[in-house]
Design a protein around this ligand. Structure first.
Ligand SMILES: *Cc1c(COP(=O)(O)O)cnc(C)c1O
Length: 356
């Protein structure tokens, strides 16, 4: 970290740790004691602060609320058996943070400031990082436009914030998913590759309808023909077919996941043949019918690896091999946990240390 900024720190008078139930941590509902704040105006980032978690006040005219100049990231920190805390590959999220910023006409945040904000915030709240297996501290950096102005133009002022909170396993069960052939998550020339707030607002109605039909998640397909698989909910998707690892190649409709890169890196090291290309719904369905699909799963920070147990398409429901028996994805989960909780060597330098 070359150019560290000065962060003003106001600590909470009374920690909420004693009243927090670490055995009951639904995703995204529990927040640690502190949060990070920085403001952008007159062309520069300023007012770096760590303050007690709590409400913030803004004009009701801020353009983030009206025109969606807002985006986020999702990262996890892990506590090792010796008490050490590490954040998993935050440099990749810093890079993507700035890709999202560029697409939404928002200011980039220097990578060093992004990393410093995470490291210092997590260090202050390091007692909030759960020590239990499959439990982590979820880190949510985000940025939004703050000009109190109703004109449809890029704001000139912005706020960057980071929240954190302890989480347990995200998907507790194996997924029954539906191939979506009406709605789209993203389109060519759009901003599906950015973690823009609007992408998620737009996905809620199709996801709700799928839930009402008894599914857990959607497999998004391309917006032109609904013939090619793109993502699984807010995760990337992978299939093991005939011994080859198949995943949609990234394009502007697909978010370039850090977990996706992590899994492909491990698969490459293990000598697994990888195909990154357009993946048609038809070839996957045909391969399932022929019994050639040995594994299918979503990959993302929140879920890590989410097994797909059943796929619904065109009125048919297809059952995949028993998730508990799957070799590849279970080896991935095991290997990733060993690495991230510091029980195996960090051979790729993926664990970013926090504090001493
Ligand atoms: C966050 C996200 C992913 C997964 O990205 P990771 O960096 O692995 O967490 C994939 N797709 C979408 C749409 C996402 O929002």
């Amino acid at each position: 970290m070359s150019q560290k900024v000065n962060i003003a720190i106001i600590k909470t008078a009374k920690s909420r740790l004693p009243e927090t139930d670490f055995d009951n941590l639904p995703f995204g509902k529990t927040f640690s004691d502190h949060m990070f704040i920085a403001d952008y105006s007159e062309g520069e980032w300023k007012n770096f602060q760590i303050v007690p978690y709590g409400n913030i006040e803004f004009s009701p005219a801020i353009s983030a609320l009206h025109y969606g100049q807002a985006f986020f990231e999702g990262i996890k920190a892990y506590k090792h058996a010796d008490g050490k805390v590490t954040i998993f590959r935050p440099e990749k999220n810093a890079e993507r943070f700035n890709l999202s910023a560029q697409r939404l006409c928002m200011p980039e945040l220097p990578v060093e400031i992004f990393l410093q904000s995470l490291a210092e915030l997590v260090d202050i709240d390091r007692d909030w990082v759960p020590a239990k297996e499959n439990h982590t501290l979820y880190i949510r950096p985000f940025m939004f436009a703050t000009d109190p102005y109703l004109g449809v133009t890029p704001s000139s002022s912005y706020r960057y914030m980071v929240l954190t909170g302890p989480v347990g396993p995200y998907f507790s069960k194996n997924l029954k998913v539906k191939v979506e052939t009406h709605y789209s998550r993203a389109c060519d020339g759009g901003f599906g590759f950015a973690k823009a707030a609007g992408n998620y607002g737009g996905s809620m109605l199709p996801a709700l309808k799928a839930t009402q039909e008894g599914y857990d998640q959607l497999i998004w397909t391309d917006s032109k023909e609904h013939a090619y698989i793109e993502e699984l909910g807010a995760a990337n998707v992978m299939f093991m077919i005939g011994g080859k690892l198949l995943t949609p190649s990234t394009r502007d409709t697909i978010l370039k996941g850090v977990t996706r890169d992590t899994v492909l890196t491990l698969a490459r090291k293990w000598g697994v043949e990888i195909e990154e290309r357009r993946v048609s719904v038809e070839e996957v369905i045909t391969a399932i019918k022929e019994g050639r699909v040995s594994d299918a799963f979503g990959v993302g920070t929140a879920a890590t690896i989410a097994h797909i147990a059943e796929i619904g398409h065109d009125g048919e429901l297809y059952t995949l091999p028993d998730p508990a028996q799957r070799e590849f994805s279970n080896k991935l989960l095991y290997t990733l946990n060993e690495m991230r909780y510091g029980r195996s060597a960090d051979e790729f330098g993926w664990n970013y240390p926090v504090g001493k």
